[in-house]
Design a protein around this ligand. Structure first.
Ligand SMILES: CC(C)(COP(=O)(O)OP(=O)(O)OC[C@H]1O[C@@H](n2cnc3c(N)ncnc32)[C@H](O)[C@@H]1OP(=O)(O)O)[C@@H](O)C(=O)NCCC(=O)NCCS
Length: 334
């Protein structure tokens, strides 16, 4: 069976920069630059403006990824779109992106949830589709628009300061003969912790799906038990990284670059230290992006490329953890 590999990456961040100072200036939020930086490493994030949507951002990131692969849209045969913040409840953003980029070419579009692990779940699907010969070139996109759904009062400050908007995309295609490409993936979930980090309303589990009561109680904003999330994130990211290395029969010392999901700098520093990955082998973008959920890993990949840190055949470890709980890891040769 042939191997699949990531051929290229692209990213897009909205123009509007929101610094910790800007958040500090919102009296009702009652936060500070010092608290945010100390707890998360975040200094700024981007927010959409003027009605910009996740699909709009996906268009920019996708065009860049396809161009960087030396391909055209005509070469793309399938879309996988990961996001927890689709433009509308249904259909998913994959269809809107199909319209924007492919018009009359009615290629398939699959929407992936899986929150912060969505990109790796999508990558595992793309890998399988290419390995089995179903498709040759797949566009895998992760976007997130958090800023339109955050609580800018004291009640939501723990969540609000952490998140930002953004988009990342990669093109996945066949690896040349002898290139290991995507070597192994491991995907996990544990729904007993679903309510530790979730957005409850609107919900089809309720009738009506949204009520005045739910709005008054702020149940349309994300809720997070930060300490529980932190603890599980560190444990699971370490565990799944070891799992994927074992599956590929590789050692941690062989990893050239660690591109972890960007939820919190402190989580990633702890994970890297437990894994014994030196900091110079880890890429961080959270300082200027915040947590862009399904978009963090492709954005990190773009940053690694920009810094000249990704070389042909380098072993790259991707690891993520998020709402669900879900967690996942992929080991690949660049
Ligand atoms: C959210 C997180 C940064 C909070 O850090 P923490 O050290 O655990 O802080 P705590 O939740 O214990 O809160 C400490 C204090 O800070 C306050 N606080 C919370 N958010 C604040 C904010 N934005 N600004 C100022 N103070 C804040 C709390 O109210 C609490 O005050 P109290 O002691 O008077 O009650 C941390 O738990 C975390 O990173 N969790 C994981 C988050 C994550 O990764 N989510 C996405 C997963 S994909």
């Amino acid at each position: 069976m042939r191997q699949a590999r990531i051929l290229s990456a692209g990213m897009y961040l909205p123009e509007r920069v929101v610094t910790n100072g800007d958040l500090e200036a919102i009296k009702e939020l009652d936060t500070s630059d010092e608290w945010i930086q100390q707890r998360s490493g975040i200094r700024a994030r981007r927010y959409v403006s003027n009605g910009e949507s996740g699909t709009d951002m996906a268009v920019h990131a996708s065009k860049q990824a396809v161009e960087n692969a030396g391909l055209t849209m005509d070469d793309i045969e399938f879309i996988i779109y990961a996001t927890l913040s689709p433009d509308y409840t249904f259909p998913g953003n994959g269809c809107f992106l199909q319209e924007r980029l492919f018009g009359d070419r009615t290629i398939g579009a699959m929407d992936v949830r899986n929150q912060c692990s969505g990109f790796i779940y999508g990558l595992a699907a793309a890998d399988s589709f290419i390995k089995t010969g179903l498709y040759d070139h797949i566009l895998l996109v992760g976007t997130e628009v958090h800023s339109t759904g955050l609580d800018f009062t004291r009640n939501g400050r723990d969540v609000t300061v952490l998140f930002g908007d953004g988009a990342g995309a990669v093109v996945v295609g066949p690896a040349p003969e002898g290139h290991p490409g995507i070597m192994a993936s491991a995907l996990h979930s544990e729904g007993k912790h679903a309510r530790e980090l979730w957005l409850e309303s609107p919900a089809s589990a309720m009738n009506p799906r949204i009520s005045h009561e739910a709005l008054d109680q702020g149940r349309h904003y994300p809720m997070m038990n930060g300490r529980v999330v932190f603890k599980h994130a560190v444990t699971r990211m370490v565990e799944v990284s070891h799992e994927v290395l074992a599956r590929a029969r590789r050692k941690i010392a062989e990893v050239a670059l660690f591109l972890p999901h960007q939820a919190n700098m402190r989580i990633n520093q702890m994970v890297a230290s437990y894994l014994r990955i030196p900091e110079e082998k880890m890429v961080s973008t959270i300082q200027w992006t915040g947590n862009t959920t399904a978009a963090t890993i492709p954005i990190c990949m773009c940053e690694a490329i920009r810094q000249g840190k990704l070389k042909e055949n380098d072993l790259v470890l991707l690891t993520a953890f998020g709402s669900g709980f879900t967690w996942a890891s992929t080991l690949l040769a660049w």
